[in-house]
Design a protein around this ligand. Structure first.
Ligand SMILES: C[S@@+](CC[C@H](N)C(=O)[O-])C[C@H]1O[C@@H](n2cnc3c(N)ncnc32)[C@H](O)[C@@H]1O
Length: 244
C-alpha cells in the first residue's frame, strides 16, 4: 500500500478529516460548487458526455454534476475511506477506489476529466498526465482547479508537502510547460484566490490558527509559521485544458 492509499491508522491525510465537512459543505477544497459550476458552464458538455472526477473524495462533485447537468460522472480516489463514505452516503454513485496513475478505463472513453484540488497531491504526475490524456477523447476537456504560488519566492515548508495541496502549490509557468509538453492545449484560466482566502478565514475563525487545523486534521505538528507569512501569496485557480 503506497502513501496515497493509506487508511487512517497512524497519521492521516488532511483531506480525510471530517473537520473539512463542516468548513466546506462536503467538498474538500476552496470554492464549494461555484468553481465546478463555472467550469461546467464554460465547457458546456453535451448531455450524453461521460466525465471522470479524479481524486473525487466523497463523490460530492460527481453527485452535483449528475444532478445539475445530467452528465454521468464517475469518481475515482486513492482513499478507500473517502470512497467508502461516499458510497455509504449515496449507493447510486459510481465511485471507485484507484489511482490517477493507473486509471481503469479504456482509451478515449471520457469527454471530460476533473481534478479539483487533487492534481497537486498526485505523486507521479507524469504517469497521471499520460493516463488523463489516454482516457480522454480527442478534444476532450480537462478541468483542473488547484493551488498556485503567486510570488517569486516559490517555496513552502517541507513538512506541509506530503499531506496538503498548499504544500504542493504549483508554479504556473512550470505547470503550463508540463501540460504543453504532454499534449494539452490551454483553453481558459480563472483566478479564484478569493475562495481560498475565504476558506482560510473560516479555518482561522473556527480553529484559531492553520497549525491547529493542521494538527487536528493530520495528527502531526507542522511549522507553518513560514507559510503564514507567505499565505497571501498562495492562490487558487481554475484551468481548462484540451487534449490536442
Ligand atoms: C483535497 S482532496 C479533494 C477531493 C475532491 N476533489 C473535492 O474537491 O472535494 C484531494 C483528493 O485527491 C485524492 N488523491 C490524491 N492523490 C491521488 C491519486 N494519486 N489518485 C487518486 N486520488 C488521489 C485524495 O485521496 C483526496 O481525496
Amino acid at each position: 500500500m503506497g502513501i496515497n492509499e493509506k487508511e487512517t491508522t497512524g497519521s492521516m491525510h488532511m483531506y480525510e478529516s471530517a473537520l473539512f465537512k463542516g468548513l466546506t459543505g462536503g467538498v474538500i477544497r476552496p470554492g464549494g460548487f461555484a468553481i465546478t459550476q463555472a467550469a461546467m458552464e464554460w465547457c458546456a458538455f453535451a448531455q450524453d458526455a461521460r466525465l471522470l472526477d479524479i481524486g473525487c473524495g466523497r463523490g460530492v462533485t460527481a453527485e452535483f454534476i449528475q444532478a445539475q447537468y445530467g452528465n454521468h460522472c464517475i469518481g475515482i480516489d486513492c482513499s478507500r475511506m473517502l470512497v467508502r463514505e461516499g458510497l455509504e452516503r449515496n449507493k447510486a454513485l459510481e465511485l471507485l477506489h484507484g489511482t490517477a496513475e493507473a486509471l481503469p478505463f479504456e482509451d478515449g472513453s471520457m469527454d471530460g476529466v476533473l481534478t479539483e484540488c487533487s492534481f497537486s497531491l498526485i505523486q507521479d504526475k507524469e504517469k497521471a498526465l499520460y493516463e488523463i490524456k489516454r482516457v480522454l477523447k480527442n478534444s476532450g476537456k480537462w478541468i483542473l482547479s488547484d493551488m498556485y504560488l503567486r510570488s517569486a519566492e516559490k517555496s513552502l515548508p517541507n513538512d506541509a508537502r506530503p499531506v496538503s495541496c498548499i504544500g504542493n502549490a504549483f508554479i504556473l509557468e512550470e505547470l503550463y510547460a508540463l501540460l504543453f509538453e504532454k499534449g494539452f492545449r490551454m483553453l481558459h484560466f480563472e483566478d479564484h484566490t478569493r475562495a481560498l482566502k475565504e476558506l482560510m478565514a473560516n479555518i482561522l475563525l473556527e480553529h484559531g490558527s492553520l497549525e491547529t487545523f493542521f494538527q487536528l486534521t493530520t495528527g502531526n505538528a507542522c511549522n507553518l509559521a513560514d507559510a503564514e507569512g507567505r499565505k497571501q501569496k498562495i492562490g487558487y485557480f481554475l484551468l481548462i485544458a484540451q487534449k490536442e
